[in-house]
Design a protein around this ligand. Structure first.
Ligand code: PLP
Length: 377
């Protein structure tokens, strides 16, 4: 079976972890945490990094740092992981959805403005499967309406967006550099991993301080066990940061390997008219976190059947997200009733992703493409 993903871990990771064990710095203080936060923020072009326990808690803290009032709204894509909507719901807010763009599968930025109300506090763009959201229109709307931007960059380490708004000069900028607060995941299937882990980036010193406090139970510097705010224990350990720092040393190589993989898949599958591929926009440098494909309606097959047939040929796949508006847990709670997002619904039913891990060899990639050709007429 060719696995959908495998992490790539090396000697440097193991040496760093051994140092933690040798020196006893195994909890959430230690040199690796500070260095990982500093270096990841610098790599993404942000001033402050706040390492947390995973990408879901990163989003939850990012939303918490905005002090929503009950009923405040955050606009986000319907096609995303549940962590995005949970972050808002846990903070007493209301997630407001927009459909996906047909080609990027990210939020359709042309649908955002009509969802803005007097209760809207933030927009949460989510870069999907390695491909950036069209950020300029998002940032324009945020400026126009005075909204925060919670950028979910959990799937796009090292991806870039060509902005026409950068201090007058068009420029390539890394995903994660745009948000008021930006969130990453370092789960084992991400481009760089800490096993479990996440980070929030921001340029705002007050927000950074607030996030650090919220992450650590809102202990106070002077009166440690006196708490004036509700905090969380969402700390990352030095052991995890030790792995992340070693991974970060290889990021350039990792990004170029992923781009090679994505381009190679595209080359070998583009003759199949029953498949829609995740093509890179001219303003994007995708990192192809997971190589997704979408079956057209006239393929006569849905993603479940497609995945089953590929499995029979030794190829593991994963289905796409189910839209937030179709999640039973939200519907039961009265959210998104009677809302329809047709592009998301098609992606959810017709899309899956192919093996995309860093350990995937060219020979395995060929076998995956042969299997896809065999299954699709
Ligand atoms: C877009 C997006 N946001 C957030 C997360 C949550 O990250 P984690 O699994 O580290 O909690 C994920 C996880 O894959 C994700 O894909």
């Amino acid at each position: 079976m060719i696995p959908v993903n495998e992490p790539s871990l090396g000697i440097a990771e193991s040496e760093n972890v051994t140092e933690c064990l040798r020196t006893g710095w195994i909890s959430s203080a230690g040199r690796f945490i500070d260095e990982f936060e500093r270096k990841w923020a610098a790599y993404c072009g942000k001033r402050y990094g706040i390492a947390v326990s995973n990408g879901t808690t990163a989003l939850q803290l990012a939303v918490a740092s905005l002090d929503l009032k009950a009923g405040d709204e955050v606009i986000m894509p319907s096609f995303t992981i549940i962590s995005c909507a949970l972050a808002v719901v846990y903070n007493r807010g209301v997630p407001v959805l927009v459909d996906s763009d047909q080609e990027t599968w990210c939020m359709d930025v042309t649908q955002i403005e009509k969802k803005i109300t007097s209760r809207t506090r933030a927009i949460m763009p989510v870069h999907i499967y390695g491909h950036p959201v069209d950020m300029d229109p998002v940032m324009d709307l945020a400026r126009k309406y005075g909204l925060a931007v919670i950028e979910d960059a959990a799937e796009v380490h090292g991806a870039e967006y060509f902005t026409m708004r950068d201090t007058g000069d068009p420029a390539w900028r890394r995903c994660g550099s745009f948000g008021t607060v930006s969130c990453f995941s370092f789960y084992a299937n991400k481009l760089i991993t800490t096993g479990e882990g996440g980070m929030i980036l921001t340029d705002s010193q007050p927000l950074a301080e607030k996030l650090r406090s919220l992450r650590n139970l809102c202990f106070q510097a002077q009166r440690r066990f006196v708490h004036e705010e509700l905090g969380f224990n969402f700390r990352l350990t030095n052991l995890q940061a030790a792995i992340g720092l070693a991974q970060l040393q290889r990021i350039a190589q990792i990004v170029s390997r992923k781009r090679w993989m994505g381009q190679e898949y595209t080359k070998r599958l583009e003759d199949l008219h029953c498949l829609r591929l995740h093509r890179e926009k001219s303003w994007a440098r995708s990192v192809y976190w997971m190589y997704g494909v979408v079956l057209t309606e006239d393929s006569g097959m849905n993603a479940t059947e497609f995945g089953r047939r590929l499995q029979d040929l030794g190829v593991e796949t994963r289905p796409f997200f189910l839209g937030m508006h179709e999640q039973p847990v939200f519907r039961q709670g009265g959210l998104f009733l009677n809302e329809r997002y047709p592009v998301t619904e098609t992606l959810a039913r017709q899309g899956l992703y192919l093996p995309s891990g860093l350990a995937l060899t060219e020979e395995q990639l060929s076998r995956v493409c042969d299997a896809v050709h065999q299954v699709i007429p």
